[in-house]
Design a protein around this ligand. Structure first.
Ligand code: AMP
Ligand code: MG
Length: 322
């Protein structure tokens, strides 16, 4: 039987102003606003500061567009990467490429670039251009051999946009816990992790509505739960009334349009939450629900292109039930 994640959906989120004293710090990192909050006085600030320092490190290392990232050189010249942290994340990512049937694919970079998502020079490419870019897409073109990340095809390139933020959140959480923090909320633009509770209450978060201002709803989360959302409303452009978003179907090279406009995943590992939100968006409604329903600690909330809201079985069975 499927183990229900300890999560409760509520219709509206009430952010009560009368909780414990809170330290809250927001900084712009990884192309998004990252907020870390923890109940307490000034004594919790060094831990928050250390977590931000770690986030900044990761932001450089795993931002494939930053010349100081080993992935920048790797993408340009194929210079193998030995750094253990990089190797570990690529191993995890490649395993997920396989487990998601290629819906998640860290080699989509040539396609993301062609559609202009790196420099906001958006355009619909010609078939011929797309074909040429797609010739280098495919996670089997990358491997870890003798402890190094290598290209098996010279044109292959890595993009970690769908996984680095989740990984960063997980690392920030490790730093906070390592510094003795028993209660905190880390939110990197929708990639969220809860440590402990917010005083006597659970942490509550809001999920954005993909088409309207404001929230779709809220979630109250137990400790050590992570949430990530992927949607076609985050980064997109429109031509002739057609919306093209930043999440690509690696099989076609086109922005994924498989019935989902937003998917929120709720699970226990921040890196996997990020992977799954992207992968399940690509898979589409039916496969995404099937995928979630086979995993014990994965629940999803989908908004379809008809603006219906669908839930995985664990959420349908009874909210908050153990
Ligand atoms: P997310 O917002 O987590 O869904 O990640 C989207 C980002 O990941 C995009 O901006 C691309 O850089 C990259 N990306 C797009 N499509 C995919 C895909 N199918 N698999 C892996 N990464 C992707
Ligand atoms: Mg993702």
């Amino acid at each position: 039987m499927k183990k229900l994640l300890p999560v409760l959906i509520i219709c509206a989120v009430f952010f009560s102003g009368c909780g414990p004293k809170m330290q809250k710090e927001t900084r712009f990192i990884m192309d998004t606003y990252v907020t870390i909050q923890a109940p307490g006085g000034k004594e919790v600030m060094p831990a928050i500061e250390a977590a931000f320092k770690r986030l900044k490190e990761i932001n450089v290392k795993f931002n494939v567009l930053n010349p100081d990232s080993p992935f920048f050189e790797f993408n340009r010249t194929g210079k193998p990467i030995e750094d253990k942290e990089c190797v570990d994340l690529i191993k995890l990512s490649l395993a997920q490429c396989e487990l998601t049937g290629g819906a998640f694919d860290i080699t989509v970079k040539p396609v993301v670039e062609l559609w202009g998502f790196y420099n906001n020079n958006h355009r619909v490419p010609k078939e011929q251009e797309l074909k040429a870019a797609m010739a280098n897409v495919g996670w089997r073109n990358i491997a870890v051999k003798n402890g190094k990340i290598v290209k098996l095809k010279p044109g292959a390139q890595i993009d970690l946009g769908a996984v680095a933020k989740g990984y960063a959140v997980g690392e920030a959480v490790k730093v906070l816990k390592g510094a003795g923090i028993k209660s905190a909320l880390v939110d990197a633009g929708g990639d969220i992790y809860t440590i402990g509770t917010n005083g006597k209450k659970k942490w509550s978060i809001g999920i954005k509505h993909p088409r309207k201002e404001g929230l779709l709803g809220g979630l109250e989360l137990d400790p050590d739960i992570t949430v990530a959302t992927s949607g076609d409303y985050e980064r997109f452009f429109e031509v002739d009334g057609v919306r093209y978003c930043h999440i690509f179907d690696p099989k076609t090279g086109y922005p994924a349009k498989n019935g989902i406009i937003s998917i929120t995943v709720i699970t226990t590992d921040a890196t996997l939450a990020d992977v799954y939100s992207t992968a399940l968006f690509v898979m589409g409604t039916k496969k995404a629900l099937e995928f979630a329903n086979t995993k014990k600690t994965l629940e999803v909330i989908i908004v379809t292109d008809k603006e219906e809201i669908l839930y995985s079985d664990g959420l349908k069975e009874g909210l908050g039930k153990k």
